[in-house]
Design a protein around this ligand. Structure first.
Ligand code: NAP
Length: 252
């Protein structure tokens, strides 16, 4: 018997990167998985590959989240695991931050996350688990990430309050803070490939383990945190970053 047998899991942004790998892992561990995302074409393709249910729901559109909850309720009943993962990375230096960039990033990464929890909470079983996908950017002061980092810092703070409020229902709420992970997120910034490559090698040099994370690395941690093996863990944050958060003055 697998340790997530009988559990129902929803993964937002499950058609790509960390969400995709986590959906795969949760399914391997026995859960029934539903992925959501903003592009019907991508969601359907990923759902078919993974052999899971796919639902289109842009987290910027709260009525789309409502509809997703209804669809999940009708087909699966209540859920046990909510992986709040959908997010974007839109770097910009202070002085060049546009209102549109601010609203979109806050709207997807933070407001979208908050309302994903609000909307799914009525169908989340007591004893369930919520994982909020944050980032070590919440702490690093990395140039050009003031707004992205703030969306994630907000997520970490929100996680702590949610953990205390939902503890009465034995719902555990934790945050995962990855360092750099190889996913399509960077390509979606619109930065030219040469700049992206320079950015990637500079970042990799600062990681004590000298590599980017793999989406599978994050999936392993999420699968542990949502399982009963983590039944005394709530309100916590886990850095999973090859050691970059140590912030060494020199890298060996
Ligand atoms: N990769 C990293 O280095 C890293 C590090 C720390 C934290 N994170 C966080 O990890 C999470 C997953 O990112 P990833 O690296 O796996 O990137 P990714 O491969 O681009 O995956 C992000 C997922 O979120 C979806 N998404 C974006 N906007 C959405 C919206 N408005 N509504 C619904 N879904 C939406 C994307 O859909 P599309 O495919 O249609 O774009 C995609 O499925 C994000 O919250 C990100 O901030 C990533």
């Amino acid at each position: 018997m697998s340790h997530l047998d009988g559990k129902i899991a929803v993964v937002t942004g499950g058609n790509s990167g960390i969400g995709y790998s986590t959906a795969k892992k949760l399914k391997e561990d026995g859960a029934k998985v539903i992925i959501t995302g903003r592009s019907t074409e991508k969601v359907n393709a990923a759902a078919a590959e993974l052999g899971v249910k796919g639902i289109t729901a842009d987290v910027l559109d709260l009525s789309a989240i409502d509809a997703a909850v209804e669809e999940v309720r009708n087909e699966f009943g209540n859920i046990d695991i909510l992986f709040v993962n959908a997010g974007i990375f839109a770097p910009a230096p202070i002085g060049q931050i546009t209102e549109e960039m601010f609203d979109t990033q806050m709207g997807i990464n933070f407001k979208g996350a908050v309302f994903t929890v609000e909307k799914f909470l009525p169908i989340l079983n007591d004893g369930g688990s919520i994982i909020n996908l944050s980032s070590i950017n919440a702490y690093t002061g990395m140039p050009n990430t003031a707004i992205y980092a703030s969306t994630k810092a907000a997520m970490n703070s929100y996680t702590r309050t949610a953990a205390t409020e939902l503890a009465g229902r034995n719902i555990r709420v934790n945050a995962v803070n990855p360092g750099p992970v190889s996913t399509p997120i960077f390509g979606k910034t619109g930065m030219p490939e040469e700049q992206l490559n320079g950015f990637a090698s500079a970042m990799q040099n600062r990681v004590p383990l000298k590599r980017f994370g793999k989406p599978e690395d994050i999936a392993e941690l999420v699968a542990f945190l949502v399982s009963d093996r983590a039944s005394f863990i709530t309100g916590a944050e886990y850095n999973i970053d090859g050691g970059i958060n140590v912030n060494p003055l020199l890298v060996g």
